[in-house]
Structure formats: structure tokens, C-alpha cells
Design a protein around this ligand. Structure first.
Ligand code: UD1
Ligand code: CA
Length: 456
């Protein structure tokens, strides 16, 4: 293989998205479009990787900053041809194939790009463009071929001549071009067109008219090469990718009760024989082990889940670690830095934040646990609240192994409850409880005989 440089075009505003967020940061199945384009580029092992940024470039640079990327600024977005020209100085001494990718084509796979590179190099081409055929080609540049089928030029939608609307073969915006030809050709571009832009597509006509070897390589899967310009395209791409993700998991032994409503992000991992009910969101870097059950309406984000775990309906979990044989929910809320050790149980209307729940410990009903460390087999009664915040600062709570906390208890942090202690129901505990003691702090119950039943 020849040397390979990749240029990713990511400077456009994305006007048609009507968004305050630059288009290439909009996510598809949980990953910003530029992120998936970068993953693809890296998987090709290029010698150089250049990203052209413009709109919101500070945010984009900061988000994707990495040693292997050379960012170049396109101060004004004067068109795709101008964008590639901007990358020129960064590749001044580069000899070989330049692969141009647009960051708004998020479903593209490495396989398709490798085919393009292969056909480009085997055909000894100066320029190869990836194209596809669409029943509804509206919005795309059209591929104009000569009598013998040879590639002549690409015409943008807004510059179509009579009869050219009917052309179904479109430009995907992905090219392999010999560096030696590309940069001099870009210097000759003009903006005399409907959009007053410097079109990258014009280098195709330049190559074919100068007798350079230029050809179009057809992509089979036209959905894979779709460009995202509007929210409609974004929804379509999300739907398509989610379907592919669902199929991959099912073929690996996961049961999705209703694959249409399984919202699983790109990087999620799921073990065999795990069953996911409808309307669940498995997001970010979540992984689920084997033989888990996730009931309807759960949202699990950036969480590691072990084996044989049950997450009952309508639970919300984020940035947590759940070990084997744990039960969560229904209606539980696990916030960041929650650790549920093996066999523990968090029941309905329980919120846990930044806490470790020990092996076999239980908090089954209506409870708040924050900044707490619970030992093994602790039992937290219904309606227990850890008062971890004094209005200024958060304080820790330690509950040692075997503690039993009666219902409707407040534990005012910082506080420690010693091993095997018992807290009487309805207590407000403000002082450390020694091990093996019973503590309670509620008012004593008193009885007064009623004198006058109607008046008192
Ligand atoms: C482009 C192609 C069109 C093709 C379509 C495929 C041109 C002139 N047209 O049209 O033939 O069918 O892609 O999806 O190339 N960008 C910059 N700087 C700019 C302008 C754009 O970096 O000045 C970037 C954008 O961020 C985007 C990509 O280039 O990632 C494509 O730009 P876009 O405006 O979406 O081009 P299309 O109109 O879709
Ligand atoms: Ca586009």
C-alpha cells in the first residue's frame, strides 16, 4: 500500500440542522459524528491524519484533542474545495494517496473505505470517488458519466442542467486522490456556481478533462454512505444504526424482547442470555454481563454490570458498578460512583449516590443513601435518610457489617455506626454508635386518658 493521509472535513456550520451545536458534534447512537469518522480513519492506520475545523473549532479541538491528529483552521467556510486546500500546508511534503472523508457521514464502515482505497491503487488512478445509486437523489451532487460510462464530472444539486436531475448516481463526498494532483488542482478552482463556493467536486472534471485516470467506485449499501444535513437525516441514521447494533447483539445471544425499542449505544457490551425488555436505554460505555434481566423503561449510562443481575422496571442508573447477583428497582435511582457489591439489593424509590453497598446488604424501600459506605449484610429499613449535606459541605457515613437500621431513621453525617449495632425505628442519630449496641433517639410514647370525647 502507498502512504496514506486522511483529511476529515469538519469545518462546516451545518446550517440546515438549525442548531446551536455544530453539526459534526451531534451524536449518532451515542457517538458524535466526528468521533465515529475519527475511529474509522484511525482503523486504517494512516501516516497522517488532518482534521479541518472551523465552526466552534475551540470546542471541537478540545473534545478530540489527540497526539495523532493535526487540526487545521478554515477561517471562513468557503466550500469543500477550499477546506481541503486549507489542509495543503500540513501535507506539503506528503507523497501518496489522500483519502478525503466528510465528518457528516457517520454510518460509513472501514470495509467500504478499504475497498475504495484498493480499487484506487489497483486501478493506478489519480482520482477515485465513492458513489452510490439512490431512488431519491435529491440534495446530493450527481455523477455525470460519458457515453462509455467513464467518469466526467460531478454536478451539485443547485447547479444541475436540464435532464441531470434524473441521474440516480450520487457523490458520497468520499475520495482517494493522489496528493501530487490534488493540491495544484485545488488552486485552480473557481466559485462561479450557484452557491458561490469552491467545490471539491470540481477537481473531478479537472482530472477527467486532463486525461488523468479518474473513476467512480460504487458503494453497495447506500444507507451507509448517507450524509447528514438535517434532523430528518439524523433520525434516519440513528434508526438505521440502532437496528444494526440490535441485530449484532441478538446474533451474539442477547434476547431483545422488542428490538425496535432497544436504544443501545455503539460501544455497549452485553453478555449472552441477558434479556432486555422494551424501551430500555443502554448508553455510553455500559457493559452488562451474562444472564442479566433488564425490565422495561430502564436507562443505564456508563455503568458496569456483572452477571445474573436484575434491574427492575423504570430504574435509572449512571456511572455505577454493579456486581454479580444484585437486584435493583423497580424505580431505583443509582447516581454516579455507586458500587453495589455482590448479592446486594436496592429496592423501589431508593436513591444512592457515591456510596458503596456491601455484600448482601439491603435497602429495599424509600431511602436516600449518599456519601456512605455500608458493610456486609447491613439492613436499611424503609424511609431511612442519610443527611449528608449541611448546606455547605457533604459528609461521609460509615455503617459497619451486620448493622440493622430501623425504619424512618435519619443518620446525620459525619457519622459511624459500629458493627452489629441496631438502630431503633424513627430515630435521629447524630452521635457515633458503638458496635453491638442498640441506639434509639425518638421521643417516648405517652398515653393520656381522654376526658371529654367531643371537646378534646
Ligand atoms: C457535499 C458534496 C456533494 C455530495 C455530498 C455528500 C461538495 C461541493 N458537495 O455536499 O456533491 O453529494 O457532500 O454528502 O463537495 N465543510 C467544510 N468546509 C466548508 C464546507 C463544508 O469543512 O467550507 C465540511 C462540512 O463540515 C461537512 C462536509 O464538508 O462535513 C460536507 O459539507 P456539506 O456542506 O454538508 O456538503 P453537501 O452540501 O452535503
Ligand atoms: Ca453533507
Amino acid at each position: 500500500m502507498k502512504s496514506l493521509a486522511v483529511i476529515i472535513l469538519a469545518a462546516g456550520k451545518g446550517t440546515r440542522m438549525k442548531s446551536d451545536l455544530v453539526k459534526i458534534l451531534h451524536p449518532v447512537a451515542g457517538k458524535p459524528m466526528l468521533g465515529s469518522t475519527l475511529d474509522l480513519a484511525r482503523s486504517l492506520g494512516p501516516d497522517r491524519l488532518v482534521v479541518v475545523v472551523g465552526s466552534q473549532r475551540d470546542i471541537v479541538r478540545e473534545k478530540f484533542n489527540a497526539k495523532d491528529i493535526l487540526f487545521v483552521d478554515q477561517e471562513e467556510q468557503l466550500g469543500t474545495g477550499h477546506a481541503v486546500l486549507t489542509a495543503g500546508p500540513a501535507l506539503k511534503d506528503f507523497k501518496g494517496t489522500v483519502l478525503i472523508l466528510c465528518a457528516d457521514v457517520p454510518l460509513l464502515t472501514a470495509g467500504t473505505v478499504k475497498n475504495l482505497i484498493k480499487s484506487h491503487e489497483e486501478g493506478l488512478n489519480t482520482l477515485s470517488v465513492l458513489t452510490t445509486c439512490l431512488d431519491h437523489p435529491k440534495g446530493y451532487g450527481r455523477v455525470v458519466r460519458g457515453k462509455n460510462g467513464q467518469l466526467l464530472r460531478i454536478v451539485e444539486e443547485k447547479d444541475l442542467n436540464a435532464g441531470e436531475e434524473a441521474i440516480r448516481e450520487i457523490n458520497t463526498g468520499i475520495y482517494c486522490i493522489d496528493a501530487k494532483f490534488l493540491f495544484p488542482a485545488l488552486l485552480g478552482l473557481s466559485d462561479q456556481n450557484a452557491q458561490r463556493e469552491y467545490y471539491l467536486t470540481d477537481v473531478v472534471e479537472r482530472a477527467s478533462s486532463q486525461g488523468e485516470r479518474a473513476s467512480a467506485c460504487l458503494a453497495e449499501d447506500s444507507l451507509e454512505v448517507m450524509g447528514i444535513n438535517t434532523r430528518l437525516d439524523l433520525a434516519k441514521a440513528n434508526q438505521h444504526l440502532r437496528q444494526k447494533i440490535a441485530e449484532r447483539h441478538m446474533l451474539e445471544g442477547v434476547t431483545l424482547i422488542d428490538p425496535q425499542t432497544a436504544y443501545i449505544d455503539r460501544e455497549v457490551e452485553i453478555g449472552r442470555d441477558t434479556v432486555i425488555y422494551p424501551n430500555c436505554y443502554l448508553l455510553g460505555k455500559t457493559s452488562l454481563g451474562k444472564n442479566c434481566l433488564v425490565e422495561p423503561g430502564c436507562k443505564i449510562t456508563d455503568t458496569r454490570v456483572g452477571n445474573f443481575v436484575t434491574i427492575k422496571a423504570s430504574s435509572v442508573v449512571s456511572e455505577s458498578l454493579i456486581e454479580d447477583r444484585v437486584e435493583v428497582g423497580p424505580f431505583a435511582h443509582l447516581r454516579p460512583q455507586t458500587v453495589l457489591r455482590e448479592g446486594s439489593r436496592i429496592g423501589n424509590f431508593v436513591e444512592v449516590k457515591k456510596s458503596v453497598i456491601g455484600k448482601g446488604a439491603k435497602a429495599n424501600h424509600l431511602t436516600y443513601l449518599g456519601d456512605a459506605t455500608l458493610g456486609e449484610k447491613v439492613n436499611v429499613g424503609a424511609g431511612t435518610i442519610i443527611c449528608n449535606y449541611d448546606g455547605l459541605r457533604k459528609h461521609p457515613t460509615i455503617i459497619e457489617d451486620g448493622v440493622f437500621i430501623g425504619s424512618n431513621t435519619e443518620l446525620v453525617a459525619p457519622i459511624k455506626i459500629g458493627r452489629d449495632a441496631i438502630i431503633g425505628a424513627g430515630s435521629t442519630i447524630t452521635k457515633e454508635v458503638p458496635p453491638d449496641h442498640l441506639a434509639f433517639s425518638r421521643a417516648r410514647q405517652v398515653h393520656y386518658k381522654r376526658r371529654n370525647k367531643r371537646k378534646d
